[in-house]
Write a protein that binds this ligand. Structure first.
Ligand SMILES: Nc1ncnc2c1ncn2[C@@H]1O[C@H](COP(=O)(O)OP(=O)(O)OP(=O)(O)O)[C@@H](O)[C@H]1O
Length: 254
């Protein structure tokens, strides 16, 4: 199976500090790939490289088997790569529809196509089986953390996304809301998207991912199928970069 998104040998430095060393990473359509690693391991940097925010120093990015240049967030968006950041970047003083179309508003002549945007927002939310919001004209400031996360994810999905990268989507959530967001993460993959889930939470990772990619000090420690590893083995990968008894071939489950 060809990965939908793949990095090969990515290097990235900030000034004299080398943060990524020949990083290999693959994400597949229809699957959730968890990207794990300790604080400072390079997860956000890798994601920002594939999102066109940081230029890479060496290596290459492949999309659907084809080498691509991702020089700006616009390039990433054109390929269908959307990143949902932890701090969400939703505007509190706007409603759900306004937030979902922010910066990409639909127009009807000179006027905003409010009805069209409402319908599409509604359709996107219901296609993801999101029933938690009362009205899509609700201000985002009145939503709970889980609902905000849901809107941010739906916003990413609205734009014909093919790869959705979620940066710690459950970090600030309670138990019930975490379960809801994880269900949504699973549904995204089930609709055929490649979902990348950055997470520090092993329960979340094991609950929802098909594959796990572990970074250790900016290097790929392993890429494995979730079904092939235990919590303890993943913790070992994260904390020491060692794959111990996993029997990996070049860091990958054979
Ligand atoms: N813009 C930058 N300039 C200089 N150093 C940076 C920059 N961005 C990240 N770094 C450094 O790169 C390393 C990797 O950081 P990164 O944020 O990618 O890690 P992470 O795995 O996402 O960590 P966390 O789980 O804490 O978010 C860190 O040592 C960090 O200090």
């Amino acid at each position: 199976m060809t990965p939908l998104l793949e990095t090969r040998g990515i290097d990235k430095s900030f000034g004299p500090v080398k943060v990524l060393h020949k990083v290999e990473f693959s994400a597949y359509a229809g699957e959730v790939t968890a990207l794990v690693g300790d604080n400072g391991a390079g997860k956000s940097t890798l994601v920002k490289c594939v999102g066109g925010i940081h230029p890479i120093d060496a290596g290459a990015i492949y999309f659907d088997g084809r080498q691509v240049q991702v020089n700006s967030p616009r390039d990433a968006g054109d390929l269908g790569i959307e990143i949902v950041y932890q701090d969400l970047a939703l505007c509190d003083n706007l409603d759900i529809v306004q937030n979902m179309f922010l910066g990409r508003e639909r127009r009807n002549g000179l006027l905003l196509d409010e009805a069209g945007m409402e319908e599409l927002a509604e359709r996107t939310l219901s296609s993801l089986s999101v029933r938690t919001v009362k009205s899509i004209r609700q201000q985002v400031s009145s939503l709970s953390g889980g609902q905000r996360q849901t809107v941010a994810i739906a916003k990413a999905v609205l734009w014909n996304s093919k790869v959705v990268i979620l940066d710690e989507p459950t970090a600030a959530l309670g138990v019930a809301q975490t379960a809801q967001v994880l269900e949504l993460v699973r549904r995204l993959a089930d609709t055929g998207l490649a979902v990348v889930l950055i997470s520090h939470n092993m329960n979340d990772v094991f609950a929802v991912s098909d594959r796990i990619a572990a970074l250790y000090l900016g290097r790929t420690a392993a890429q494995v199928r979730t079904a092939d590893v235990t919590h303890a083995q993943v913790v070992e990968l994260i904390t020491s970069g060692r794959s111990g008894d996993l029997g990996l071939k070049n860091g990958v489950t054979p």
